[in-house]
Design a protein around this ligand. Sequence first.
Ligand code: AOY
Length: 458
Amino acid sequence: MIRNNILLLTDSYKVSHYKQYPAGTTTIHSYFESRGGRFDNTVFFGLQYYLKTYLEGPIVTREKIEEAAKLYAAHFGNETLFYREGWEYILDQHAGHLPVRIRAVEEGTAVPTHNVLMTIENTDPKCWWLTNYLETLLVQIWYGTTVATQSREIKKRILHYLNETGDPTTINFKLHDFGFRGVSSVESAAIGGASHLINFSGTDTVIALAMIQDCYKTQDVFGFSIPAAEHSTITSWTRSREADAYRNMLTQYPEGLVAVVSDSYDVYHACEKIWGEELKAQILQRKGTLVVRPDSGIPKDVVLRIVEILGDKFGYTTNAKGYKVLDPHVRVIQGDGVDYDSVGEILEHLKKQGWSADNVAFGMGGALLQKLDRDTQKFAFKCSAAIVNGEARDVFKDPITDQGKRSKRGKLKLVLEHGTLITRRLEEAGEDVMKTVFENGKILQTTTFEEIKNRASL
Ligand code: AOY
């Protein structure tokens, strides 16, 4: 089995499509958009990863064609469905480089939904069938784009509370990625983890750091973490020695931030009696901050009660905005049950009781990287234009059964009008903000992760 065979990175039915376009078809022009969804804009991200990983260079080889021919013959029970001649043409005439052009909005750009984000068309009239063969792979960009979009919306939410009750300059470390174990694959962790780091700087998804370095032109590390306990490192001391387990954390990491999951037995007892009494002096002497992590219960109730216990035991000050801020030696991180909704509930609940958002940070796992799908932002890839027998035609669908699934018509561009990005036909006025990023096997333009972060910044 050849790893990464482009001929196999598609849906079965697409293998049969070369016979289905009208005779005389020489160009298929398709586009990618969000047809609406949970948030009213999307942060385009991930294309450069897909270009570098799957599409760049002489990717069609004799061996891959032979492997595909054999596999598809068995898969369809039919030797004639696979377009061997089409792929051999790319191998012979293009030295295995894909004869397509991909234009796209710059990664990190937040684009209102219902607009073109990317277009693709074949550059060789004999390769009309190739454009939509690539849909399956290219549409996977929905994932990074949706993770980046939701992470950025949560950032807006946390920023709102920091602006009202605390210090907005701390935003970059307020939502930590706990999601590696909860995703369906290592590749998803890499892409999703990188998507989150467009908006924040805290992550435990290590593979995302390598992905950014490999695909987004940098040697820099774009995510940071701190020593932190898990249940095994606490419960292996047994219940009767819970306090020793905690003391050990303070001793092993004598300065800086250290996070300790504290709900192994009774999180309220742990905060009141162990952190708040037995280890209080050691915490107050530490040059750093103990971050208490509850990990069960109703998030907004547990977080408030723990902040109140820590306030009683360690004291607090009232900031210029009139909200209570715990002694700097203690903070709370909530990493259980965190999603877009619960972040708002927790911060609102704290605010109502006079507590600043400065007191808490969030960890988010499954809801950050996995609890979303292509329909969260209704992503679609559709043909919008073709050339048949030398004549350009609009191509579109317009189903009476769902007007939301109507597709756009013509060759498309994305234009900035009165400060808003909007889709126009290529022949209309206005400069296209999309750039040609890929043509005939070559990546023509790359972007850095730094630039992506800057485009998405709030
Ligand atoms: N990490 C901040 C640093 C990370 C984690 C990772 C699943 C951390 C916990 C913490 O403080 O508590 C994956 C659950 C937790």
